[in-house]
Unconditional design. Structure first.
Lengths: 433, 117
């Protein structure tokens, strides 16, 4: 039978991890008090902020996972508020728990606290940046503030050409804005896509009208405004080569760091800033402190030696960690997890990434191309097994690759490269006829 | 109730594939995907994913499930029940029967046990 249930569980953070966690906890039979706190109230999805929402193809309410009634029906209390501090407390003779302090609000008690606070965007060291109002893609407000600049005649500066920066540049270009995309590396996002696919994707910017600058921005000077007016978003950027470029808005997309302050301040073990941050957790999401769990992007798994594993801050991984933690909290077994997957949309192309793209000694990289262009890049290991794949506008190919990776058996490289072999046939056992 | 649509011969939709019956042709106004599951059975759901604009007929059909080609939401082909995020709403089902080797679709007539009748 399952372990005794905690009397109360409080989740801090309403992204994919926080939402999935409360949903899973009830689905798995948790009957105690369940509360979710987020500054924006009802849980919301994030990937569309730099994609469909930014393009105007999706509304504010569509970002919500569920409406208020859904939470009421399941006796999940949703509180719109910011948590300032959590601290360990004795709830009774034999129960340890947590005291949760809300900004300008009440103090809550809960036996278990689950941190699902995600990440916050980093800000580069850039002279002048603090005087500006640069935008990031963390909140819906950021995306809404950027939308008016996505039009012909406006110039959008984007610093950082990783997943989010490239998506923002792509949407801005699609909407007719002039786009200046600054990346210290060319190609960008090699860690996410692997060298070959990253180069293919990076090369799409310029033909779509994005001006690509490889290098850094030296400084940003806010544009002059009429006396009495607040400093706006317009700025002049000084590039490495000394060139000055005026932009109407500046988007910062230089990455993100785990929002681990609440846990760190409470004394939970963390990876530390130089190691990329994040609260250290076991496979199920337990932190080093009793009854304190961390899920999603704020959590950081560890290897057998206790060293932090590489961060994999993607949507599906966040949901899976929430499911696993919900199972473990109730004494149930988590599901087996296969190859990791994420997607990105840029310049009209739906890109999917499964597994790992880091090259291995003795391995190989296989490309699949057809009349429309590059469909997939596959990374094979030394034993001929599939380790990773990046696919372009080919959903079935991504799903086939995922299944092949999970099988961990040698694959037919010639079939992978052959666009005539369907994705379904790649995973079907060979026919006898 | 809309007219029954003669979709195709049983052998014309390979197992693990689907065809789309246009919303005007099926008189419901919504495109319907008719799936030939790997179990050999035929099922039909509204073609558009309940999450965003994507055709479930282009998805990955395995067992009695289909995975959306865009963001990997999964639906049960038998009941239309949504099985994972990002979709949260189940898909509408439509009755399909095989008569004399023909796949017949009953647009707008949900199956018994449908999650969203």
């Amino acid at each position: 039978m399952s372990a005794p249930q905690p009397s109360s569980v409080l989740v801090i953070g309403g992204g994919p991890a926080g939402y999935t966690f409360v949903d899973q906890l009830r689905l798995r039979g948790y009957r105690g008090e369940l509360t979710l706190i987020d500054p924006r109230g009802l849980p919301m999805d994030r990937p569309p902020l730099s994609k469909e929402f930014l393009r105007g193809a999706m509304g504010r309410e569509e970002l919500r996972f569920r409406e208020a009634e859904w939470f009421e029906e399941r006796s999940i209390t949703v509180i719109a508020g910011a948590v300032e501090e959590i601290s360990g407390v004795r709830l009774s003779e034999d129960a340890a728990g947590w005291e949760v302090f809300l900004e300008n609000g009440p103090r809550l008690l809960s036996e278990v606290v689950v941190l699902a606070t995600g990440t916050v965007p980093t800000r580069p060291e850039l002279p002048g940046l603090d005087e500006l109002a640069p935008l990031t893609f963390y909140t819906i407000d950021d995306a809404e503030a950027l939308a008016p600049f996505l039009r012909p005649g406006a110039t959008v500066g984007v610093i950082g050409a990783g997943l989010v920066g490239a998506e923002a540049a792509s949407v801005a270009a699609e909407r007719g804005a002039e786009v200046l995309l600054v990346s210290p590396r060319s190609p960008a996002a090699v860690r996410s896509f692997g060298e070959e696919a990253a180069a293919h994707l990076h090369a799409k910017h310029e033909p779509r009208g994005v001006r690509l600058i490889t290098g850094t921005v030296r400084s940003a000077t806010p544009a002059e405004v009429a006396p009495g007016e607040p400093v706006g978003r317009a700025a002049t950027l000084t590039l490495e080569n000394g060139e000055s470029v005026g932009v109407d808005v500046l988007v910062i997309a230089t990455g993100s760091v785990p929002c681990d302050g609440l846990g760190v301040d409470a004394g939970a073990q963390a990876a530390g800033a130089e190691a990329g941050g994040g609260l250290l957790v076991d496979a199920a999401g337990r932190t080093s402190l009793p009854n304190l769990w961390a899920i999603g992007d704020v959590a950081r798994g560890v290897d057998a030696t206790g060293a932090p594993l590489p961060q994999h801050a993607h949507w599906e991984a966040a949901m899976h960690s929430a499911e696993d933690a919900a199972a473990a909290l109730l004494g149930q077994f988590p599901e087996e997890r296969g190859a990791r997957w994420f997607w990105s949309d840029r310049h009209g192309e739906h890109v999917e990434v499964v597994g790992t793209q880091a090259p291995v000694a003795g391995g190989a990289v296989v490309r699949r191309e057809d009349a429309r262009g590059l469909r997939g890049v596959f990374t094979l290991g030394a034993g001929g097994e599939l380790l990773g794949a990046v696919t372009f506008d080919d959903a079935r190919l991504a799903r086939a690759a995922r299944r092949l990776i999970d099988r961990a058996k040698p694959v037919d490289a010639a079939a992978l490269a052959d666009p005539e072999v369907s994705a379904k046939d790649l995973v079907r056992p060979p026919r006898r006829d | 109730m809309a007219q029954i649509v003669d979709v195709a011969g049983v052998g014309e939709i390979p197992e693990g594939e689907a065809v789309v019956v246009d919303g005007d042709a099926n008189e419901t106004g919504r495109d319907i995907a008719v799936f030939h599951a790997e179990t050999g059975e035929f099922f039909a759901l509204d073609d558009e994913c309940t999450h965003e604009t994507a055709s479930l007929a282009d998805g990955w059909i395995e067992g009695d499930r289909v995975e959306c080609p865009l963001h990997a939401a999964e639906f049960c082909l038998r009941t239309g029940k949504v099985l994972c995020l990002p979709a949260t709403e189940s898909a509408r089902t439509h009755k399909v029967e095989v008569v004399d080797g023909r796949v017949l679709l009953h647009p707008g007539e949900s199956v018994e046990g449908a999650d969203r009748p």
